[in-house]
Design a protein around this ligand. Structure first.
Ligand code: IPM
Ligand code: MG
Length: 370
């Protein structure tokens, strides 16, 4: 099994290093190869997604991704900004289905900004369409001002667009995921205003005919944003477009106390995937051993489960994370009175130690690094 490791920028390198240690402590044969991505790749090769990085990701069985971006690139032309790397990977690898679970761990109920009774036991799944919508629609652009510069230009535009097969395939993914959970799916749209999302809603209703065992409802995105903070536990699986999913998944993440806890998977039609924490590169805390590596460690568990067919190893990682939280270890983002504040590396140490104590076999993962 070959894993492309793309740590990226900011805290990306620190958190991915801890996830690699965790993978290395399992009894699996994994081949890993690293490449630069985002701002780091721009600095070294002049492009955020160099051809060699894209090829490595395409050839691997799965991709483990850290985070990209830094404010210092805000003035670069859009095509060279770090974010283009993750957008390019999603598009080129056909990773149209983005799974963003929002789970409130029992020990972290009090870290949420919502009342504990609203979030205790929360376990919802947002499925975000990832390669269409206004993110990728053409045409897009900015009309130049008379002097040819963007400053003072009179108009800018993006195109919101979905093609029928794009909606059909994400709807199938969502109904199938709901079937494996609480059998309830909420499709989030803006059909009251946008043609694109009336189309979305119509197609989701059509696809529903093949999943009569799943209860489907529809919600406008503004109402969904409100219900997520009013009664988050009323949801099971949410499916929505790229833009709404971007926003709602950040909102849902915060219900759980910290976005630093949440993994994500972006899958193609064959189940190959890219796995990354739901959070960004946090340049303000980079290099300070402050970042929470658990979202990335849990992303590695998702990778084992969804792309590498190693569900038992995924369970072990998740159990080890639970054990570490139960033992009271917390990075700064989830720390509260009475718990022990630890850094990124110490959190990684603790998860590795918890794996060892839970393991019966002495065999270790064989990792060959490229
Ligand atoms: C995310 C991020 C990205 C997105 C950015 C970094 C391009 O916010 O993965 O949610 O908007 O999709
Ligand atoms: Mg986002």
């Amino acid at each position: 099994m070959k894993i492309a490791i793309l740590p990226g920028d900011g805290i990306g390198t620190e958190i991915v290093a801890q996830a690699e240690r965790v993978l290395g402590a399992l009894d699996l044969r994994l081949e890993t190869e690293h490449a630069l991505v985002g701002g780091a790749a721009y600095e070294a090769h002049g492009h955020p997604l160099p051809p060699a990085t894209l090829k490595l990701a395409q050839d691997a069985d799965a991709v483990l991704f850290g985070a990209v971006g830094d404010w210092k690139y805000d003035t670069l032309e859009r095509a060279l900004r770090p974010e283009q790397a993750i957008l390019g990977l999603r598009k080129n690898l056909g990773l149209f289905a983005n799974f963003r679970p929002a789970i409130c761990y029992e020990q972290l109920t009090h870290a949420s900004s919502l009342k504990p009774e609203l979030v205790a036991g929360l376990d919802i799944l947002i499925i975000r369409e990832l390669t269409g919508d206004i993110y990728f629609g053409q045409p897009r652009g900015r009309r130049a001002s008379p002097d040819g510069a963007f400053k003072g230009s009179p108009e800018a535009f993006d195109t919101m667009r979905y093609a029928r097969p794009e909606i059909e395939r994400i709807a199938h993914v969502a109904f199938q995921a709901a079937r494996k959970r609480g059998k309830r799916l909420t499709s989030v749209d803006k059909a009251n205003v946008l043609e694109t999302f009336q189309f979305w809603k119509d197609i989701v209703i059509e696809v529903h005919a093949q999943y009569p065992d799943v209860a489907l409802d529809h919600m406008y995105v503004d109402n969904a944003a409100m219900q997520l903070v009013r009664a988050p536990k009323s949801f099971d699986v949410i499916v929505t477009g790229n833009m709404f999913g971007d926003i709602l998944s950040d909102e849902a993440a915060m219900l759980t106390g910290s976005i630093g806890m949440l993994p994500s998977a972006s899958l193609d039609a064959a189940g190959k995937g890219l796995y990354e924490p739901s959070h960004g590169s946090a340049p303000d805390i980079a290099g300070k051993n402050l970042a929470n590596p658990l979202a990335t460690i849990l992303s590695a568990a998702m990778m084992l489960r969804y792309s590498l067919n190693q569900p038992a190893a995924a369970d072990r990682i998740e159990a080890a994370v639970q054990q570490v939280l139960a033992a009271g270890l917390r990075t700064a983002d989830i720390w509260s009175e009475g718990t022990a504040k630890v850094g990124t590396v110490e959190m990684g140490d603790a998860v590795v130690a918890a794996l060892a104590s839970a393991s019966t076999a002495n065999a270790k993962t064989t990792m060959t690094k490229g």
